[in-house]
Design a protein around this ligand. Structure first.
Ligand code: HEM
Length: 192
């Protein structure tokens, strides 16, 4: 049973990292006003949102499995309060920071219509911090941090995110406006 939790914790951690990388790339694709990855913008936005929710499901699996795994020695507050864990406090703490950031990103996205676009966007910039924090946590905490396959998967995730970020910050990046400015009805324009 303990071994099963440990394998499950490691597997879900890796899947979470892959999903988070895809979510970042899709988020950047959705921000551009054009079709991206061969898909129309609405489909990219939908995939971005659903992949984000799926990442949270895997993250919950990751933390719950490792909470019950006796080797990691996690206490309930280690899941949300970083840097106090018994085992590898700094590297596990980075995982906790990543987890807190993911929760903040998801909650503010679910409440976006109440918060307004400006506050939502300010929080959403944290995604650029969340991803490298999660990568460092994955490489430095886990049993498989030194294995060729974990490094290969992490390198592929890094290549995807880096390519998307470079595209995002090129001056020619086509930004989709937060709001399309309202146009007066033609009849009113003519009255003026
Ligand atoms: C954004 C959030 C997180 C991501 C993407 C993530 C991802 C990962 C990855 C990829 C691994 C390596 C698995 C392996 O070696 O095969 C890992 C290991 C680990 N994570 Fe996380 N993690 C996150 C959050 C957390 C949190 C909040 C905790 C608990 C406080 C945690 C606890 C651990 C532990 C204890 C290990 C070592 C497992 C082992 O090999 O024994 N992680 N994580």
């Amino acid at each position: 049973m303990t071994d099963a939790l440990w394998y499950f914790g490691r597997g879900t951690g890796l899947v979470s990292l892959v999903l988070l990388s895809i979510v970042v790339a899709l988020g950047i694709g959705a921000r551009s006003g054009r079709t991206a990855f061969g898909l129309p913008r609405f489909a990219v936005s939908l995939l971005h949102r659903n992949a984000g929710l799926l990442a949270v499901v895997f993250l919950l699996g990751h933390v719950v499995a490792l909470y019950f795994d006796p080797y990691a020695q996690l206490r309930a507050f280690d899941l949300v309060l970083p840097f106090f864990a018994e085992y590898r406090p700094f590297w596990i703490g980075l995982g906790t920071v990543g987890f807190d950031l993911v929760l903040a990103l998801i909650l503010t996205s679910l409440l976006r219509h109440r918060l307004g676009a400006r506050a939502w966007r300010a929080v959403h910039w944290l995604a650029y911090l969340c991803w490298p924090v999660a990568v460092l946590h994955g490489l430095q905490t886990g049993t498989d941090g030194g294995s060729w396959w974990l490094r290969t998967v992490t390198a592929l995730c890094a290549a995807l995110v880096l390519a998307a970020v470079v595209w995002r910050f090129t001056p020619s990046f086509p930004r989709h406006p937060d709001r399309v400015p309202r146009r007066r009805p033609r009849a009113l324009q003519e009255v003026r």
